[in-house]
Write a protein that binds this ligand. Structure first.
Ligand SMILES: O=C1NC(=O)[C@@H](c2ccccc2)S1
Ligand SMILES: [Zn+2]
Length: 265
């Protein structure tokens, strides 16, 4: 029986290590990016992000976030700090109960309203995503910070399906012509990168994070739609009213001597 975990109370992040020992490891995520301590690495090749639009995918509310699963072998990532080719598995976001918090990583202590994760697995080294997710160099996560500002029309292709996934385990098939690349910032050459972990249990230390410096804007109304998703929690049984999915970000973890590299000076 899978162990329940969440973002608050006894099953919250401070107790994850009790059932998921890796959560207490030495290369955990997220972290604060202290821009005065990052090191420029001139050896990175250009990032190669090749996604096709004609992939059918499914959007699910997994009780912790919404997850757009992608099943196209044409969506690949390579270059930059990566030695191998990685395939897009899914993307999702982390957010907060208001626009002042919600991102997992922070920059010089600043927390953004939300954070987009495009999760890829190493198809050169591993036979399946389930295997890659546990192994060093198995996972690469393209990450973009999100702040409240002007409306983002690309996000509406995802948000338009949210009514079908309000409840936990809700699923909706997305067949329209949508390319997740439209969710990334324009500047894809300036990023930070470091070696970390899954930011949710089991917190495997298998992730190379690539975090774009440029912040993406979405409207406050669009951010409010993230928060409209329900999460099943004990309070619902007691009080009967739906618990909404908020503050689904893990607190920052110790750097333990790791160096965050920068692709820019
Ligand atoms: O960056 C990350 N965000 C998450 O929710 C973690 C995760 C855990 C399992 C599968 C995919 C991603 S790793
Ligand atoms: Zn994530």
């Amino acid at each position: 029986k899978p162990v329940a975990w969440g973002y608050e109370g006894d099953i919250g992040p401070c107790n994850w290590h009790k059932y998921f020992p890796k959560a207490g490891g030495k290369r955990q995520s997220p972290i604060d990016i202290d821009t005065s301590a990052t090191q420029y690495d001139g050896s990175f090749k250009p990032l190669r992000i090749h996604y096709d639009s004609h992939m059918c995918s499914s959007l699910t509310n997994n009780g912790h976030t919404f997850c757009m699963s992608v099943n196209s072998d044409q969506c690949n990532l390579s270059g930059g700090p990566l030695e191998d080719k990685y395939r897009l598995l899914q993307f999702h976001c982390h957010w907060g109960s208001d626009d002042t918090k919600g991102s997992e990583h922070t920059v010089d202590g600043h927390q953004y309203a939300a954070e987009l994760h495009l999760v890829h697995w190493n198809t050169d080294k591993f036979k399946s995503a389930d295997e890659a997710i546990e192994k060093n160099q198995g996972i690469a996560v393209l990450t973009a910070f999100i702040k409240a500002g002007k409306e983002h029309r690309g996000w509406n292709h995802v948000l338009s399906h949210f009514k079908d996934i309000k409840k936990v385990q809700g699923t909706s098939t997305v067949n329209e012509d949508f390319n997740p690349k439209c969710l990334l910032p324009e500047n894809q050459t300036d990023y930070w990168t470091y070696e970390g972990s899954l930011t949710t249990p089991p917190c495997h230390e298998s992730v190379r994070f690539i975090i774009f410096k440029e912040v993406v804007e979405v409207s406050s109304e669009q951010l409010a739609q993230f928060r409209s998703l329900c999460v099943c929690s004990s309070r619902k049984r007691d009080t009967g009213e739906d618990e909404h999915l908020v503050d689904n970000f893990r607190p920052i973890q110790p750097l333990n001597g790791r160096v965050v590299k920068a692709s820019f000076q």
